[in-house]
Design a protein around this ligand. Structure first.
Ligand code: ADP
Length: 259
């Protein structure tokens, strides 16, 4: 066994809340993803497997360009695999039509990106209400639910502010409220704190963790921050087209760090 000291994630100090007996909510088997580019075929995943149980908060790390965002896009039915099976929240997402994929996302997935993507011409309250309006709820109902969510992220006093009138941390808290307003089962977060300073990033992650627990979510968070990853129930690393537990290398027989 080869030990290294690189960016160890102290998994053994994590709270014992791994929901081992709960049902799998994400099951990915033998995933392949290739892109045809002017330089030839780019293979991102080959034989990638992933099982996530209900209630888990999973961190995914890996080098830039490894395919982390693409994996979240496939789980959230924003992109299609080249091959393999992807079951997510009781849905075979690989076979959905565009219309079915949109309905699946609205029903099951809360998405948070590194950049908030709030609509600049709408207030914080209206931005949070958007997924409910897209579902066909009345404006009155949607705004009432959105107001509750702004309270959950401690921003009820900013409800009439437009995104440009909010700080980076506040914008990301509004984005979290918008992601969760339609009560999805899965939260997919792609470097949700990557654009924030360390203190603000810690606070946004505190909120994400609190909402994950209080709303019984299953969450996958892509992050480059080992301290934040260490707070998740487990950490996986995307390497050479596959996911490996943190501390294990995809080179057979070689183990690094502390599993
Ligand atoms: P990460 O999130 O780990 O940084 P990404 O999933 O964003 O990685 O991208 C992985 C690789 O796939 C990158 O090299 C990127 O350029 C490439 N890629 C992503 N989308 C496409 C596409 N539509 N066509 C061709 N290449 C793509």
């Amino acid at each position: 066994m080869i030990q290294t000291t690189s960016a160890a994630v102290p998994q053994d100090s994590r709270p014992a809340r791994e929901p081992e007996l709960r049902a799998p909510i994400i099951q990915v088997h033998n995933l392949e993803k290739t892109y045809q580019t002017v330089h030839g075929t780019l293979t991102l995943f080959h034989g990638l497997d992933l099982d996530v149980r209900s209630g888990e908060l999973v961190a995914i790390m890996g080098q830039s360009g490894a395919g982390k965002s693409t994996l979240l896009h496939i789980l959230g039915a924003l992109d299609a695999p080249t091959q393999g099976t992807v079951h997510c929240a009781s849905t075979n997402v690989a076979t959905l039509s565009q219309r079915e994929a949109a309905a699946f996302r609205n029903r099951e997935i809360g998405y948070v990106w590194q950049f908030h993507y709030l609509l600049p011409e709408f207030s914080a309250l209206e931005n949070v209400a958007m997924p409910l309006l897209a579902r066909g709820q009345t404006r009155r109902e949607a705004l009432a639910v959105a107001a509750n969510w702004l309270r959950e992220v401690d921003l009820e006093d900013r409800s009439e502010h437009r995104p440009g009138e909010l700080s980076g941390g506040e914008q990301q808290r509004v984005a979290l409220a918008r992601a969760l307003v339609a009560s999805p089962r899965l939260l997919l977060a792609d470097e949700p704190t990557g654009d924030l300073d360390e203190t603000t990033a810690g606070r946004v992650f505190d909120l994400l963790e609190r909402l994950h627990l209080s709303h019984g979510l299953t969450s996958i968070v892509v992050t480059h921050n080992p301290d934040l990853a260490a707070r998740c129930s487990r950490t996986l690393r995307l390497e050479r087209g596959r996911l490996v537990p943190w501390g294990q290398s995809s080179h057979s027989g070689i183990t690094t760090g502390t599993p």
